[in-house]
Ligand binder design. Structure first.
Ligand SMILES: C[S@@+](CC[C@H](N)C(=O)[O-])C[C@H]1O[C@@H](n2cnc3c(N)ncnc32)[C@H](O)[C@@H]1O
Length: 231
């Protein structure tokens, strides 16, 4: 019998061998770009209490909903292309919630146009991170998260960098972090070990050697706080 709880992380390096924990699914591990459920579990342990309202503006296959419900948190999951019936169709740049009304926000946004999530024209994952427009759109999402969050409460954003043959390295994480600093104060930055990547094959490792580039080995988890109105 698998343990029903993942380990409580105490360092800034989080590694977990599987997307799911316990015997029930959290999200769908067949969904491309699914978030490892242990990340959300750890965040909810530290930054929320039972009965709090948790929001995920880009909920994908619903991992945040499943983890939050199991921990007795209220939860609202939105996505531009809902994957299940309990996800509300909505654009993350305009969230239909009041100012200062949410206790915690988790978001795992597109990192570029590397995954085709849906045909929806408002999918930010249709824009390449090689274009400034990609970061302008993430800025609108960050501003909206800041608006709905209560003062003193936290949000966490998972994102990874890119390497493209044409453009080379694109520091997606650092660029997003610069944006987040306009709205939030940093609580901490966690390094998440990347696993189960499609590029984790002998062919890709050979290419990385031959063309002298690195395969992505980690993602950033930016944990940020909305400051009190008077601070
Ligand atoms: C990395 S996936 C999220 C994975 C999710 N946390 C899970 O565990 O399944 C990113 C999601 O962002 C959604 N998305 C892209 N643009 C969006 C937008 N403008 N508003 C809301 N959701 C959007 C995509 O449809 C996709 O489901």
């Amino acid at each position: 019998m698998k343990s029903s709880k993942p380990p409580f992380e105490t360092t800034t390096l989080w590694d977990f061998p599987t997307q799911n924990y316990g015997s029930r699914p959290h999200g769908d591990n067949k969904f491309r770009g699914v978030t490892p459920a242990f990340i959300i579990w750890n965040l909810l342990q530290r930054y929320t209490n039972e009965g709090d309202l948790v929001v995920d503006p880009m909920c994908g296959s619903g991992t945040t909903i499943d983890v939050a419900k199991e921990l007795n948190r209220h939860v609202i999951g939105y996505d531009i292309a809902p994957y299940r019936d309990d996800i509300i169709q909505n654009d993350a740049r305009n969230i239909p919630l009041k100012d200062n009304s949410v206790d915690f926000v988790f978001i795992d946004s597109p990192y570029s146009n590397n995954i085709e999530y849906s045909d929806h024209p408002a999918d930010i994952g249709k824009i390449s991170c090689e274009r400034e427009e990609f970061f302008d759109e993430l800025d609108k999402v960050a501003k909206e998260i800041h608006r709905i969050l209560k003062y003193g409460k936290a949000m966490a954003w998972l994102i990874g960098d890119h390497w493209r043959k044409k453009s080379g390295f694109i520091p997606v994480g650092f660029k997003l972090y610069q944006i987040l600093l306009k709205y939030f104060k940093t609580i901490d930055i966690i390094c998440i070990v990347r696993r189960h990547q499609r590029s984790n094959t002998p062919i890709w490792h050979e290419r990385a050697k031959k063309f002298n580039f690195y395969l992505r080995g980690f993602k950033y988890l930016f944990i940020m706080k909305k400051l009190k109105a008077d601070s």
